[in-house]
Design a protein around this ligand. Sequence first.
Ligand code: ATP
Length: 341
Amino acid sequence: MSLRLEAALDARDVAVSLSLDHGETLAVLGPNGAGKSTVLGMLAGLVRPDRGSATLGDDVLFDLPASWRPPHRRGVALLAQDALLFPHLTVRHNVAFGPRSSGATRSEAGAIADEWLRRTATDAFADRRPAQLSGGQAQRVAIARALAAEPSLLLLDEPLSALDVAVAADVRGMLADVLADRTTVLVTHDALDAYLLADRVAVMHDGRVVEEGPTRRVLERPRHPFTAELSGLTLVRGVRTPDGMRADDGMLLPGEPVDPVEQGAPVLAAVRPSAVRLARPDAGTIAATVTALEPQADLVRVRTDRLDALVPPADVADLRLRVGAHVALGVPPSAVTLYPA
Ligand SMILES: Nc1ncnc2c1ncn2[C@@H]1O[C@H](COP(=O)(O)OP(=O)(O)OP(=O)(O)O)[C@@H](O)[C@H]1O
């Protein structure tokens, strides 16, 4: 069911407008304190905004001050970072709980539970209690329990962040299957979650949605520095030149805009650090100063006052890079995505 939300909560300085079509997954990305959980709370009915409204299909979740539907009458399931299963019930009974509460007979609820246990690959431990599950198993069961209740809207608050990397990948794969065609809002810090699970993303910063749109467009052509950081890109503002762009600080970058832009018109460039080359200060075109060195997998992210570069540790040693060192950057056109500002 399609979702529309427009609401504000002054005490948290959160004011948002979001919409989502039926069956789509929206990833809400943003730094700590951006307001992501507050948005989920408003939709779940746990946080009451000062004003605004939300609709899910034809249902009005709230339209303040006139109406406010309580959480259990919204058809919304919220899944938090921790699984929060009922500790005294078996896995199967945890999953059957939702259908039972909404009137299914014991055997109907059992059949629904078995189907979701199968789809989430948790049927092997159906008779265990939550205390006997690993974190990844418990999170799978929590997903099964949420979906067995057949919510019209599924809300996921960083469902993978408490899991270690290998388990998170496994659960992410399962989520990709069960979220298809299901209206879902997913809060995450991780661009990979957005790429693999979401049709659209909304990026929040300081209580506002700063950009919103189809996942790849937003993450590959960011308009806000935080979005660029999430995607691992460097965002540069400037104006269009015959060969590319001139940045606000005078730096010239090569490239062809993805959409037509007139000469002199404002453009943005998203630069891939892995394609930026580093050289000794006298050997390249763009002079820069190193501001930070951050290990990333088998490479080092060299942050500079101009662009970032992602290079092997040996390059860092050969060029004697340290914070404050001068370096030259080489930027091939393939490193740059240019688009209208
Ligand atoms: N229960 C609460 N009472 C009062 N203020 C709160 C409460 N929870 C969050 N806030 C404030 O509301 C703002 C938004 O917080 P929120 O938890 O929604 O952000 P978030 O994007 O989910 O952050 P995180 O990624 O750290 O979970 C912050 O300024 C926060 O301090």
